[in-house]
Design a protein around this ligand. Structure first.
Ligand code: LLP
Length: 419
């Protein structure tokens, strides 16, 4: 189902007219569709059929408590990368036993917090981290459940900034070093190795790299089991791509098929529980960013549409050159005049743009535009740059809308700054 569709000439978000949301809550504003977000989670779970799989939603993609509440209601878990994300996940009611903790730089304090909460697993990324966790757990009189995040050296064919499973990446343990690390872990009684983990990158649009990674991991798993490891979980990270422009990403069932197909070559591994950490594929197309046109500006070289959202609200175009579809909220006729414009924000940087040299229907000041595919790494990567208060977040669901994060105020900007 298309949760962001035109009806009666106007874009609706999960049944609510976008212009109504803008009028009521102002712009720029992130509008999530509760239906789209929940469907994304359910589709992944359903795709694996009867195969044991834990869906641990990757909190960094979109971490609003209300969205995490949906994850919790569906009985799913969370993939976190910081103490802050642990706090959010627990606050939203996600049971600690459904939480996995990833990331290359966990601090002793974050480890202690997660041990205290009783999370499912720490995904360890280096020997140093393993030693520190063993020490923290021993001091607390606990045994830390861990999995090794391994770098399978598989090219995900994605943007270099979001490729994580290549040899030169900072992430994971080189797969050749995992058996040695496991042998060391056996000598650390405050650790229990339960899983193997990888995450090769984000916005993957083919299944091949996932299948290749599964094979590397399954081989390693067999080696570790032969060495006495009691590995029950194979965590494959996130990475499933979405359509921003004209990509044709794998469907959840194509993805699940690729994974289970690759595992079928390893009958000895039957009984393993899979963990997946989807972020973008759940949240990405579950939100639009609404922005209002402030000015039109034409220079001898270019035409600009200056809008009230900027790189501080959505940094992906500036940071990755990412494409986000932009359409007027009021539906334009198929034969409406178009012009080639750059859609830019008020921030004082030439890199502040939402779209460059884009053909758009001709717009006028006060018109509303919708920036699509803004749900993943949109609000969560937003900042206060140029002392711009962060946008509000709205949840639309089955025809009604409510605020799930208030627009920041000027007072919010200076909170915690004593004079
Ligand atoms: N698990 C781990 C360990 C991760 O590092 C990530 C994302 C995920 C899961 C979720 O991956 P997803 O399903 O969303 O592909 N800011 C970038 C994306 C960074 C991804 C970081 N890691 C962007 O806006 O494209």
């Amino acid at each position: 189902m298309d949760y962001f569709a035109y009806r009666d000439g106007e874009l609706h978000a999960d049944g609510v007219p976008a212009s109504e949301i803008a009028r009521e809550y102002g712009t720029p504003v992130y509008v999530y569709s509760g239906g789209a977000f929940a469907d994304g989670l359910r589709a992944l779970k359903a795709a694996f059929g009867g195969i044991p799989v834990r869906i641990c939603y990757s909190v960094k993609a979109a971490s609003n408590l209300t969205l995490l509440g949906i994850v919790s209601e569906l009985g799913m878990g969370a993939d976190i990368v910081s103490g802050g994300e642990l706090f959010r996940a627990l606050r939203a009611g996600i049971p600690a036993g459904n939480i996995v903790f990833s990331g290359v730089g966990k601090t002793a304090r974050e480890m202690a917090e997660a041990l205290d909460a009783g999370i499912l697993m720490f995904n360890l990324e280096s020997e140093g981290e393993m030693e520190l966790l063993a020490k923290v757990a021993a001091e607390m009189g606990k045994v830390a459940p861990v999995s090794f995040r391994v770098n399978p050296d598989v090219d995900p064919h994605t943007h270099p900034y979001i490729a994580t499973g290549l040899r030169e990446s900072k992430f994971g343990i080189p797969h050749g070093e995992a058996p040695g690390l496991f042998a060391r872990a056996l000598g650390l009684p405050s650790l229990r190795v339960l899983g193997l983990d990888c995450h090769i990158g984000s916005q993957l649009t083919t299944t091949g790299p996932f299948a290749d990674a599964v094979k590397v991991m399954a081989n390693l798993l067999e080696t570790l089991r032969a060495a006495g490891a009691d590995i029950r979980y194979l965590d494959l990270g996130g990475g499933l791509g979405i359509r921003y422009k004209d990509e044709v990403p794998p469907t959840p069932s194509e993805y699940a098929h690729a994974v289970t197909g690759a595992l079928a070559g390893f009958p000895g591994l039957a009984g393993l529980t899979l963990v997946i950490e989807p972020g973008r594929s759940v949240a990405g197309n579950a939100s639009i960013l609404l922005t209002r046109v402030l000015y039109l500006k034409r220079t001898p070289a270019k035409s600009f549409v200056i809008v009230d959202a900027a790189m501080n609200d959505l940094v992906r175009p500036s940071l990755y050159g990412a494409y986000h579809a932009i359409r007027p909220v009021r539906e334009s006729a198929p034969d409406a005049p178009v012009s080639t414009v750059s859609v830019v924000g008020p921030v004082c940087e030439s890199g502040d743009f939402l779209a460059r040299d884009r053909e758009l229907p001709v717009v006028a000041p006060c018109d509303l535009l919708a920036v699509f595919g803004a749900g993943a790494y949109g609000f969560t990567m937003s900042s206060n740059y140029n002392s711009r208060p962060r946008a509000a977040e709205i949840l639309a669901e089955a025809g009604s809308a409510r605020v799930v994060r208030l627009r920041e105020t000027y007072e919010d900007l200076v909170r915690g700054e004593p004079i």
